[in-house]
Design a protein around this ligand. Structure first.
Ligand code: GLN
Length: 533
């Protein structure tokens, strides 16, 4: 294969249409055709990365193996393609400007006026092509964040325009729009799509393929009308109607031949067969599962399910592999108290205590953990969830009543969770946590070792605080074991209570590498414990 091909996915009309899912699904189809694919996201906001953003603003902050805090769509890319992303897969306007300004300060522009076109657009184009230039990929799919018409996405659309001119057939533009159904008129409306394509055309980009997001399947006549108004071939008007699971989207697109259309338009052979066997097996398991596994996810962002995207997808994947439907109960940690805890957690098969930052909602997590521990409920603590397991155990089993994390109470007399040494003198908050994949050595005979079937694993991190090793002997003596440790630093990565059915916390985030093809072993083991009576 000669040149890397570049596919752009833009969005119109409204946000939240699922551009990330469409990009991931198209990537999946090309991969299932035997091509090497990577997907990247360009976000038009000015933050350097989403690491400093509140989940209410941005949903989950996803973390790559190489330690970049990124947009949650990268999680979808990994879950669909089963290949890791990296820092190169998520770029923001902030980073683009920072690079350009650094070059300007170094004098790289030789006295020129530094402008959006060509300097910012050149930097965008350079970043778009970084992964393609490695020679590792046949296709680089680039999702452009935001909606066409936003002031801040203009330089990106302009870069797409330039690249299409420069790359010719090696470049293709997929535009995702919305076709609403007006209930009072009993009609679907194509006008917003027409306007959104016009906006893109005004900016010099003619989309090759349109994906119409709709609630219900659209008639051929509607698709023909859109094709006519938008200068797009009729068979290149694809619809993406609502389906019960995001994992069905690749099949919906494949049934309309989207992969073939892309290959034809890019002058590629279409003789490699599409092989979605394993994917369809997963969907089959999901559809035919009869029994349910009921998991409670305890966190403070439960009004916003996107805040725990990777965790809920990991639970779903593991449940599906165990041929169970996932009944996920989102439980607000601020609303748990001694009186209602039994009612809130009583009928659950398992409890997961979510990651997080700060004091808000933390007391509810302790109450939930005490209940789960005393009632031997399978319980999984992730990052802050693990730290809460440690604090609750210290308070209620070791009798250290004011045990805490220094994050919540810097004056606690028993700082069982404490700031990591290298975090102590930091003043810059962005990108400065312990981030990315680190080794963890697992103790033989532990639940973690049983799950991973390996002595050494690598998992991703995003935290500033750690288990305070001074207390390790006291915890172990009373039954909470440190079964996973970083071999280089001695940092505790996994704690368990072996006496209980399944009570395990991880300082790392196992949810970040769980995929449809390869669900994370800890989630598999947790669900197994939850369904075994
Ligand atoms: N707030 C905790 C820390 O910084 C946990 C972080 C998390 O849950 N990701 O260590």
């Amino acid at each position: 294969m000669a040149e890397t091909k570049y596919i752009f996915v833009t969005g119109g009309v409204v946000s939240s249409l699922g551009k990330g899912i469409v990009a991931a699904s198209l990537g999946k189809l090309l991969q299932a055709r035997g091509y090497k694919v990577t997907i990247q996201k360009f976000d038009p906001y000015i933050n350097i990365d989403p690491g400093t953003l509140n989940p209410y603003e941005h949903g989950e902050c996803y973390v790559t193996e190489d330690g970049r805090e990124t947009d949650l769509d990268l999680g979808h890319y990994e879950r669909f393609l089963n290949i890791p992303t990296s820092k190169a897969n998520n770029i923001t306007t902030g980073r683009i400007y920072q690079n350009v300004i650094n070059k300007e300060r170094k004098g790289d522009f030789l006295g020129k006026t530094v402008q959006v076109v060509p300097h910012i657009t050149d930097e965008i184009k350079r970043n778009i092509m970084v992964l393609g230039k490695t020679g590792n990929y046949d296709f680089v799919i680039t999702e452009i964040g935001g909606t066409v018409g936003d002031i801040e996405s203009l330089p990106y659309i302009e870069s797409v325009r330039q690249l299409r001119w420069e790359l010719g057939k090696d470049c293709l533009c997929v535009h995702l729009t919305y076709v609403p159904y007006i209930a009072a008129a009993k009609e679907v409306k194509t006008k917003p799509t027409q306007h959104s394509v016009k906006l893109l055309q005004e900016q010099g980009v003619q989309p090759n393929i349109l994906v119409l997001r709709t609630e219900n399947e659209l008639s051929k006549a509607i698709c023909r009308k859109v094709a006519l108004f938008c200068n797009v071939d009729e068979d290149a008007v694809i619809q993406s109607y609502d389906v019960p699971s995001i994992y069905e989207v690749p099949v919906v697109l494949a049934n309309q031949g989207m992969d073939t259309i892309v290959l034809q338009k890019m002058g590629m052979p279409t003789n490699k067969k599409l092989d979605l066997t394993l994917w369809k097996k997963f969907l089959e398991n999901m559809k035919t599962a009869e029994k349910t596994v009921k998991i409670g996810l305890v966190g403070k962002y439960v009004e916003l399910p996107d805040a725990y995207k990777s965790i809920s997808e990991s639970l779903l994947q593991a449940a599906t592999y165990h041929k169970r439907k996932l009944d996920l109960r989102l439980i607000h940690s601020e609303k748990i108290n001694e009186k209602n805890v039994a009612e809130q957690l009583g009928d659950l098969d398992g409890v997961l205590i979510a990651p997080g930052f700060g004091q808000r909602g933390i007391e509810g997590k302790f109450i939930a953990l005490k209940y789960a521990r005393e009632n031997n409920k399978p319980t999984f603590g992730v990052c802050l969830g693990m730290q809460c397991m440690v604090i609750e155990f210290a308070r209620n089993v070791l009798g250290l009543t004011d045990a805490n994390s220094t994050e919540m109470d810097a004056s606690a007399s028993h700082k069982v969770i404490d700031l990591m040494e290298e975090q102590k003198n930091l003043t810059m908050m962005g990108g400065s946590m312990r981030l990315g994949a680190y080794d963890c050595r697992l103790e033989k005979g532990s639940k973690a070792h049983e799950a991973y079937k390996s002595d050494l694993v690598r998992e991703r991190h995003r935290h500033r605080y750690e288990f305070n090793n001074e207390y390790k002997p006291a915890f172990e003596a009373k039954g909470m074991k440190c079964t996973g440790t970083n071999p280089d630093t001695g940092l505790v990565e996994v704690v368990e209570i072996p006496e209980l059915k399944w009570y395990l916390g991880t300082q790392f985030h196992p949810e970040y590498n769980s995929t449809v093809a390869k669900p994370n072993p800890l989630f598999m083991s947790f669900i197994e414990a939850a369904i075994t009576k």
